[in-house]
Design a protein around this ligand. Structure first.
Ligand code: GTP
Ligand code: MG
Length: 415
């Protein structure tokens, strides 16, 4: 399952609405975009209102029988359900409809598998896929044992299942060890960076919000940006010099999505944790998207999930070129909000201003004389801090600047 398995295939998308039917339709639209990204085609969408998804078949049995006909009419290759299914739901639904059944999680995993470029990205995707498979095998085992023994439940069948499970478990262990080793390497790299005390900003946000476009705009990087979901999986860090002369490292990260499979959040935890070490979170929202408010919430929820909720946040309402000129966007959970277009560059000045202001707040002001024998410290301050004034005096360089709190403490710099 490491190749993109859904190519030019036609699918019927189906969701169960347990409350807000409108939201279920919106979610199906997003599922359709996911399918498009995976290279498949949506031929029909349908929503069923239920108190809760059917335990055995996800949608009701009657609805499943109807779908059997829809599949024939639309010559569809299969069905994609908008929630994660259990092994038995998948099997039962496939039996009734006579078609291939896929769930939202499998689709997202498929896209991730096709887009992972680095070794770590590939390992992370595979671990999520293996965990998903493992859970499904367990489900099948339970289904078999519920038959209460007898023909078909013992012997090679069961043994094969056990072997499969052991093989998967071993594979998961190997993958986890590899990822752990890479995480250690990254920790070392990060320690080196933070010793340099250059402030860092993590660019986070819903998939397709324009994170990579913003990174490219800010740093002149050349990260792929396209109108597809999950174009970026591997974090890229690039340096930028702000108009006030201060250096900042920006990191682009994997996008979030509603109902992001838990195994993926877990698998990507170590790369996403990069954001946890940033001085500032830059939260990019596609302001032109009708679902912007939902996306905003999903991002905050995911950040909280990852244990990142105490960082200063600057919210970027992106794609301003596609919104009404007078439209006002606010994010009351953020420390600052700006409206801009990463594509045209309009509004970038406000962003730099807010960012500089926030960086100052994570910093302390110093007013100190550095002896000429310690010019290395002066260089450090110039690099990591925002210089207000610099004068060459008799006993040394008189510096007034804002520097990261950590640097001020390390060098015993006075305010
Ligand atoms: N009109 C307009 N389009 C934009 C703007 N910023 C980004 N886009 C487009 O939005 C699409 C997604 O942009 P990306 O930068 O790839 O988005 P991303 O957040 O990195 O997406 P993923 O990596 O897939 O999560 C691309 O087609 C961009 O050209 C903008 O300010 N205005
Ligand atoms: Mg991207």
């Amino acid at each position: 399952m490491t190749e993109n398995t859904i190519k030019e295939e036609k699918y019927i998308l189906v969701a169960v609405a347990t409350g807000d039917e409108e939201a279920a339709w919106d979610s199906l639209d997003e599922l359709s975009e996911l399918l498009d990204t995976a290279g498949g085609i949506t031929v029909f969408q349908t929503v069923q209102n239920l108190v809760r998804p059917d335990k055995a078949t996800y949608i009701g049995k009657g609805k499943a029988e109807e779908l059997r006909e829809s599949i024939e009419i639309h010559e569809a290759d299969g069905i994609i359900c908008d929630d994660e299914l259990t092994a038995s739901q998948m099997r039962n639904l496939s039996e009734i409809t006579g078609a291939k059944v896929i769930d939202r999680t499998t689709l997202i995993l498929d896209i991730f598998a096709a887009h992972a470029k680095t070794r770590e990205g590939k390992l992370q995707v595979e671990i999520a896929q293996q965990k998903y498979r493992y859970a499904r095998l367990r489900g099948m085992g339970e289904a078999l044992s519920r038959l209460g023994g007898g023909i078909g439940t013992r012997g090679p069948g069961e043994t094969k299942l056990e072997t499969d499970r052991r093989v998967i478990q071993r594979r998961i262990k190997i993958l986890s060890d590899n990822i752990e080793a890479m995480k250690r390497a990254r920790d070392t790299a990060r320690k080196k960076r933070s010793a340099n005390a250059v402030p860092t900003a993590a660019i986070v946000g819903y998939t397709n919000a324009g994170k990579s476009t913003l990174l490219n705009r800010l740093t002149g990087a050349d990260v792929l940006s396209e109108d597809k979901l999950f174009a970026t999986l591997d974090p890229t860090t690039r340096s930028a010099i702000l108009p006030d002369g201060q250096q900042v490292l920006f990191t682009d990260t994997v996008g979030f999505i509603n109902k992001l499979p838990h195994n993926l959040v877990d698998a990507f935890r170590s790369t996403l944790e990069e954001a946890g070490y940033a001085d500032i979170i830059v939260h990019v929202i596609d302001a032109s998207d009708a679902q912007a408010e939902l996306h905003r919430k999903v991002v905050y929820d995911t950040l909280t999930d990852l244990g990142i909720s105490d960082k200063p946040v600057i919210t970027v309402w992106n794609k301003a070129d596609l919104t009404d000129e007078g439209a006002i966007f606010r994010d009351f959970q953020a420390d600052a909000s700006v409206k801009l277009s990463a594509k045209t560059g309009e509004g970038l000045g406000d962003f730099y201003e807010e960012l500089a202001r926030m960086l100052r707040e994570t910093r302390v002001s110093i007013d100190t004389v550095i002896p000429y024998k310690d010019t290395a410290i002066a260089a450090e301050i110039r690099k990591a801090g925002q210089l207000i004034s610099e004068e060459y005096e008799e006993d040394g360089i008189h510096l007034k600047a804002y520097v990261p709190r950590a640097l001020a403490e390390k060098r015993g710099l006075k305010g």
